[in-house]
Design a protein. Structure first.
Lengths: 276, 577
């Protein structure tokens, strides 16, 4: 049974694609998404991300882990958003709309700062980028095996160090999640539970998890280094041409994605499509 | 022809005082099958890791002397250069498996060392055949049995076509049939493909390893104490003295030698069968007609059932059905051994009993001391029945032993004075009082296991289920721990152990439960269970070596339910004694 953030071989359309097509598809989506703040475009990217996520049958619980991250970063974006009180920063949406004030925040030594609608849209856009980006990334993780990455990176002559980091990270994360899950079970059997809203106490209660986990990570990193070396990792710098082996579906995907990206960029550059 | 040579090698790990290898002089020839025997800390792993340059290139330290492998001095060649000469299989196969399908993982090594792509399929094919993994190419490694996972670790190394195969306790985590499968695969690689095999072992699988070895090397404290034919290690009890323990057949013959002085001491089961049948035929040894009372199974008084499991089914979120309508009881006062192959449902059952997992079927009943586990929180259960994970390092986090053991009571809001009182009591019970203020990080594995046990026992559960309590311990430490548990049982505690060590189960348990594919296949006294050979085979299990000897000599009148050397000796009449 796969654990968190681990590839699983499945027979979905996304899994069947060549890793290169998958990388092109998912990186293009991430690239475009980074420009879009217009709620309509963000929603469109969200629908695409959800569609790809569902087609690849990525476990739904994986995406839930981004919710606390979104929650945390929302406040950070909100603070940055407060700095965008000048409506002229927003070129596409009508000025009378973006300049409307949602609330005014009194800030000591600075004065009253208005939170305008344009800044609110920017804040929500940034926040939703997290979950959309995570959906694309998790789809890539779930549908792509370690060997796929290595072959692809070798094909494009990536430096050995980068290949090594990717290899180790892809093995490390799921294994550490397994250890974490066992540690939680072991401590619960000793009566451990988080039953406080006091953040100081909560940090103290995390120690029974964090300490064994840190020990496991240190031990694991040592073992992983040895294991990867005895499997010959980095034994040679010979680069040979790995055949990409693209199928018609891959060519179709790459052509469609490339065309869409080109069109989207054209619209973005010349018609400001997607920005606020 | 000599393939490996150690010339006066001494190696001390960085920041360590005592050398891990001390004055090693050793030659190993091509095609040899060598068993490297010694307790934990003897230097076996360091010796194996020094063959492919992990020592000193990745595990730094001070290396004196020279290690020459296939003409290469390991000081001058790093792991990357030696990896195609020496393949190493470590004790935890999951660490060595990087990929998500069997075939991807087997191809990983050749891909890394730059084998031309057109040559890789042939290599994979060879490795998969030799490791008996043909037909499983597209499987996820986690879907394989423990034996198959370990075989995958082996296949990944074989695909690099090494001349030397080093195996560091490669079967420690396997069920008996998995162990057998793995060792047979290694033997085949040695015989058919000419690889030199060196296998390290610290006791639990001694019999299996010695059965295959052409030569043994006995190590302790970084030194080689003896080497040669396997009989060298058993003739004067050397293995027992260093703490690895002796094969049961060797122990039996040592007992016989007390009565027949010139008797040979065999190291392997086949030799023992041959020798003993010869003695029986020649009348040197006779089988008594009536079994002595000690041969009867250990009897325990029937006590009330404390844990009751009815119709328990458990399905993991991924759809794997781990338990299928299991009915099971644990009674107070029993010492139960739960055995079965990897993935048979042993740990899942234990975790359902303590409430970590809830049953997948609504009609299941899991009751502990008449408390419904399904409807209760874990906190309500932990003081009645508890479970200890196999690696104590998953739970230990405090600075010292006293703080660690008291943690559970602090979580249950016990007053400070009461905590101190109970902790002292438990430390005394487990003989840990002298370590009360010792730092956890300074404790050896055996003591960490005991501290882990104490930190759960402090909650005073009536029944404690321990998963692989002897994992990571050598034979001497395993026996110490089990004897301890037995003593504690005498003081009113009840234990159930989940283990793959059939020898320990036969020596210490009152009751044996055999699980297979999520069901309970056998449940009874050790003698009954271990004499059900067909069902044991079905569950990928085999009885301890002494029972196998008894089975082989059943035609001479030896009881097939024999489970210990003492039982065996009780049946033998040696020169009228």
């Amino acid at each position: 049974m796969p654990t968190w953030f681990e590839h699983e071989p499945r027979n979905t359309f996304i899994h069947r694609l060549n890793p290169l097509s998958r990388v092109v598809l998912l990186f293009s989506a991430l690239f475009l998404m980074s420009f879009y703040y217009d709620p309509y475009y963000v929603a469109l990217m969200g629908i695409i991300a959800a569609g790809i996520y569902l087609v690849a049958r990525v476990p739904k619980k994986w995406i839930l882990i981004t919710i606390p991250v979104m929650f945390y970063r929302f406040w950070e974006f909100l603070i940055v958003g407060l700095g965008q009180y000048d409506p002229s920063l927003f070129k596409v949406w009508p000025q009378e709309f973006v300049s409307r004030v949602l609330f005014v925040m009194p800030i000591p030594f600075v004065g009253n700062i208005p939170m305008i609608y344009g800044a609110v849209m920017w804040t929500f856009g940034q926040t939703f980028h997290i979950i959309i980006g995570a959906a694309f990334t998790l789809t890539l993780v779930y549908s792509t095996s370690l060997n796929d990455y290595i072959k692809l990176m070798r094909r494009f002559k990536f430096p050995y160090q980068i290949i090594y980091v990717v290899t180790v990270a892809l093995k490390f994360v799921p294994d550490i999640f397994r250890s974490y899950s066992t540690i939680v079970k072991a401590q619960r059997l000793r009566g451990w539970e988080v039953k406080t809203r006091n953040p100081i106490k909560a940090i103290r209660l995390a120690i029974p998890l964090v300490t064994p986990l840190s020990r496991q990570i240190m031990f694991y990193v040592d073992r992983l280094t040895i294991s990867s070396q005895i499997r010959g990792f980095g034994a040679t710098k010979v680069h040979y041409n790995v055949k990409l082996g693209l199928k018609p579906a891959d060519y179709a995907t790459i052509i469609v994605v490339a065309s869409l990206v080109a069109f989207a960029l054209y619209m973005l550059i010349f018609y400001n499509a997607g920005i606020l | 022809m000599t393939l490996i040579e150690f010339r006066d090698v001494t190696f001390t790990h960085l920041h360590k005082k005592n050398p891990a290898l001390n004055g090693i002089n050793l030659k190993i020839d091509e095609r040899e099958f060598v068993a490297l025997l010694g307790p934990l800390g003897a230097g076996k792993s360091t010796l194996l890791y020094s063959l492919n340059g992990v020592v000193p290139h990745l595990l730094p330290g001070h290396l004196n002397g020279d290690i020459i492998v296939d003409g290469k001095n390991t000081k001058e060649h790093d792991v990357a250069e030696l990896v195609t000469t020496v393949g190493l299989v470590i004790d935890d196969p999951t660490m060595q498996v990087f990929n998500l399908t069997v075939i991807d993982d087997v191809e990983f090594g050749p891909l890394n060392v730059g084998v031309p792509p057109q040559e890789i399929p042939a290599r994979s094919d060879y490795s998969l055949s030799a490791s008996r993994l043909k037909g499983l190419e597209t499987r996820h490694p986690k879907e394989l049995s423990g034996g198959q996972q370990q075989a995958l670790g082996l296949a990944g190394v074989l695909a690099m076509r090494p001349k030397v195969l080093g195996l560091d306790e490669p079967i420690s985590m396997l069920d008996p049939i998995g162990k057998n499968m793995m060792l047979q695969a290694v033997r085949e690689i040695n015989e058919k493909f000419g690889a030199t095999c060196i296998i390290a072992e610290s006791g639990a699988d001694l019999e299996d390893v010695m059965n295959l070895a052409d030569r043994v090397i006995v190590m302790d404290e970084g030194r080689i104490l003896a080497q040669g034919d396997p009989r060298v290690a058993v003739k004067d009890g050397l293995l027992e003295r260093v703490g690895v323990g002796m094969p049961q057949v060797s122990l039996l013959f040592h007992e016989l030698r007390k009565k027949v002085p010139d008797i040979e001491i065999p190291a392997k089961l086949d030799e023992a069968i041959h020798l003993l049948s010869d003695y029986l035929e020649r009348g040197v040894v006779k089988v008594r007609k009536h079994r002595s009372p000690t041969l009867q199974s250990r009897q325990t008084g029937e006590s009330r059932s404390y844990v009751d499991v009815e119709n328990l089914t458990f399905v993991y979120p991924g759809g794997v059905k781990a338990l299928k309508n299991v009915n099971f009881q644990l009674r107070q006062g029993e010492f139960t051994g739960i055995i079965g192959q990897n993935g048979s449902g042993k740990s899942t059952l234990a975790q359902c009993i303590v409430g970590i997992y809830k049953p997948s079927n609504p009609d299941a009943k899991v009751r502990v001391d008449d408390v419904d586990v399904v409807k209760s929180s874990i906190k309500e259960i932990v003081t009645k029945v508890n479970y200890v994970f196999q690696n104590p390092d998953y739970m230990l986090f405090s600075k010292d032993v006293n703080e660690e053991v008291g943690f559970g009571l602090r979580m249950l809001d016990y007053p400070k004075e009461k905590i101190n009182e109970i902790v002292d009591e438990i430390l005394l019970l487990l003989g840990l009082q002298e370590y009360k203020n010792t730092l956890i990080n300074d404790l050896p594995r055996y003591l960490r296991t005991l501290v882990g046990l104490a930190s759960v026992l402090v909650l005073r559960p009536n029944i404690l289920i321990i998963d692989e309590p002897t994992n990571g311990l050598d034979r001497r430490e395993s026996l110490r721990l089990l004897k301890y548990l037995r003593e504690l049982q005498g003081k009113g505690l009840t234990f159930a152990i989940i283990t793959h060590d059939m020898k320990l189960v036969s020596e210490f348990c009152d009751r044996v439960v055999v699980m297979n594919e999520g069901t309970i296949l056998l449940d009874g006294k050790p003698a009954e269970v271990f004499s059900s050979r067909d069902k044991l085979r079905q569950a990928s299990l085999k009885p301890p070596q002494i029972a196998q000897l008894a089975e082989a000599l059943e035609s001479y009148g030896v009881s097939a339910t024999t489970l210990s050397v003492d039982d065996f000796m009780d049946q033998l009449d040696v020169g009228g004694r």
